[in-house]
Design a protein around this ligand. Structure first.
Ligand code: SF4
Ligand code: SF4
Length: 139
């Protein structure tokens, strides 16, 4: 069961799969060892997947965007490589800066409709810690 804030019984974050965080060119990377699993999500060989969706950036691979700044891996029902999506996508909206800084949390609320606008930074942090502890207990 998903963590809830104890004081209000609210869930401070619940992804609505709106795809808003999948817009904006640049910054989405896969490490080379992550490419085969991502390719397998689409039933493609790694080389074919890289040719269609990735650009080499030094040691890593950057996921390309379409002409409107939408991640090329975003489909009508959300991320098409959900189970193998890049670390940064998995981590959002629990970025270190957002966990650390109430101002950054306020900005994240404006960007992400999955964050309950009534949730305080404290509630969000509490929820994150609960989630972490449930994950480490294998719940
Ligand atoms: S912007 Fe928020 S609610 Fe929308 S898909 Fe991203 S994480 Fe989910
Ligand atoms: S890889 Fe998936 S989760 Fe990440 S930006 Fe692209 S569509 Fe969104």
């Amino acid at each position: 069961m998903r963590a809830r804030d104890r004081s209000s019984n609210r869930v401070p974050f619940q992804c609505r799969r709106c795809g808003e965080c999948c817009h904006g060119a640049g910054g989405i990377y896969l490490q080379p060892e992550q490419v085969p699993a991502a390719a397998a999500e689409l039933g493609l060989a790694p080389q074919e997947f890289a040719a269609r969706y990735l650009l080499r950036r030094g040691e890593a691979w950057e996921v390309v965007c379409d002409g409107e700044g939408r991640c090329a891996l975003l489909g009508p029902r959300g991320c098409r490589i959900h189970r193998a999506k890049p670390d940064i996508c998995r981590q959002w909206p629990f970025f270190p800066a957002i966990l650390r800084d109430p101002g950054a949390f306020a900005e994240a609320k404006l960007a992400c409709p999955g964050i309950d606008p009534r949730a305080s930074h404290e509630e969000f942090l509490h929820y994150y810690r609960q989630m972490q502890s449930e994950e480490s207990e294998g719940k």
